[in-house]
Design a protein around this ligand. Structure first.
Ligand code: DP6
Length: 394
């Protein structure tokens, strides 16, 4: 990494959001963030959703500092510290444990600035992209080239999957120290060119988590059964559906696994609720749409929030977007309703409209983001894109 005059070095990376189709839920070690089951996700394209992070080190910095979306944040956050410590440990190991002979001293304090190209409050999974990006930028800064999903995992479990593009598996691993709890690419983003993703951003949700239970709450029989019995089988099935580009199988299983994850949340004690009436409305809409067509044309999945993520093939997008527009007529406040990749126009047949568009809820969906599978973290070469100036400040 660009060591330089005055001992200032800087590196900038971008990293993607991912959406799980076999969900990660439940930890066997909350400190190391080791999951009770393996999971599988699709990495979303950074043209629509990405985090950008600049990491800088200088002998002139007097303390570690962190800025998130322009505001100074707590660099002492244990998960940020875990990532920093692990990257520095790997860098030290690489340098053979000797004193700092390399250009960049490991004792220098660092400044980190990170921002999202999407509204954080929209409740889109930003911690995965955030930690994947932090680790990528730090790794560049220190010139690391090794596998880093294990480090990103220490920030947020799902972040380890954002270290790769396309279709990614996080293997739960067996070892208590977590050295085999890693992400692996199952297929690159080019594998399934017709696959599209629609993120339905619901209105009025502030990105706060809604529920009673806390993460790591005492778990019931559902989580255990899911991890031990259901997921191993589903993971193998999902890998086959992806390999065969079988949308029927992929979509069915993605919906079932989302539903089971939310059932599992209900079976933790105290229970956790992520789905809202609106999420349930979208679920019912997707099922009516598929029933009308007689097969799986769209598949929903929900993470720890009420926004819906819909998978569909490219030739279904225009029609389904029209169904969503008719079902949740946008408020005419100038918001752009469809964002991201272009969406063609489609007319709904009266039969389809009658069967699928029941009880419209005006304004409930704020906008639809159209995207597709994309690559893993990227290095930003252009120095004008750094989020920190030559003074090391945003
Ligand atoms: C519901 O990665 O946010 O999105 O490891 O505690 O940071 P921590 O949890 P996090 O878990 C989110 C899980 C999920 C499903 C998934 O992405 O697999």
């Amino acid at each position: 990494a660009m060591a330089a005059e005055r001992g200032l070095a800087m590196a900038t990376c971008t990293a993607p959001v991912n959406i799980a189709v076999i969900k990660y839920w439940g930890k066997r070690d909350t400190d190391l963030i080791l999951p009770i089951n393996s999971s599988l996700s699709v990495t979303l394209h950074q043209d629509q959703l990405k985090t950008t992070t600049t990491a800088a080190a200088s002998r002139d910095f007097t303390e570690d500092r962190l800025w998130l979306n322009g505001k100074e944040a707590d660099v002492g956050h244990p998960r940020v510290q875990a990532c920093l410590r692990e990257v520095r440990r790997l860098a030290r190991k690489r340098r053979g444990g000797g004193e700092d002979t390399a250009a960049l001293s490991l004792s220098y304090k660092i400044h980190i600035a990170s921002e999202n190209n999407f509204p954080t409050a929209a409740g889109l999974a930003s911690s995965a992209a955030g930690y994947a990006c932090l680790v990528s930028a730090l790794a560049r800064l220190y010139g690391l080239e090794e596998e880093l999903s294990e480090v990103a995992r220490r920030g947020s479990g799902s972040a380890c999957r954002s270290m790769f593009g396309g279709f990614v598996q996080w293997q739960r691993g067996e070892r208590p120290d977590g050295t085999d709890s890693l992400a692996l690419q199952v297929a690159p983003e080019t594998h399934w060119p017709e696959l599209r993703v629609l993120v339905l951003v619901v209105r009025g949700w502030q990105g706060i988590w809604v529920g009673f239970g806390t993460r790591g709450a005492q778990e019931g029989p559902c989580p255990t059964h899911r991890a031990e019995v259901v997921v191993p089988e589903r993971l193998a099935q999902m890998m086959r559906h992806i390999r065969d580009r079988d949308f029927e199988g992929f979509g069915q299983l993605a919906m079932r696994d989302s539903n089971q994850f939310h059932a599992t949340c209900l079976d933790t004690f105290p229970p956790i609720f992520y789905l809202t009436d609106l999420s349930r409305h979208i679920i019912a809409l997707a099922h009516r749409y598929n029933a009308h067509h007689g097969h799986t044309k769209v598949a929903y999945t929900f993470d720890a929030g009420p926004n819906a993520v819909i998978f569909a093939l490219a030739d279904t997008v225009a029609e389904f977007v029209e169904v969503v527009r008719r079902s949740f007529p946008p408020a005419t406040n100038g918001d752009q309703f469809v964002r991201g990749l272009p969406v063609g126009s489609a007319a709904l047949s009266p039969e389809l409209a009658a069967a699928v568009v029941t009880e419209p809820v005006p304004g409930a969906v704020q906008y639809i983001l159209h995207t597709k599978p994309g690559p893993g973290p990227q290095l930003v070469d252009d120095p004008s894109q750094h989020l920190l100036g030559a003074d090391g400040l945003p």
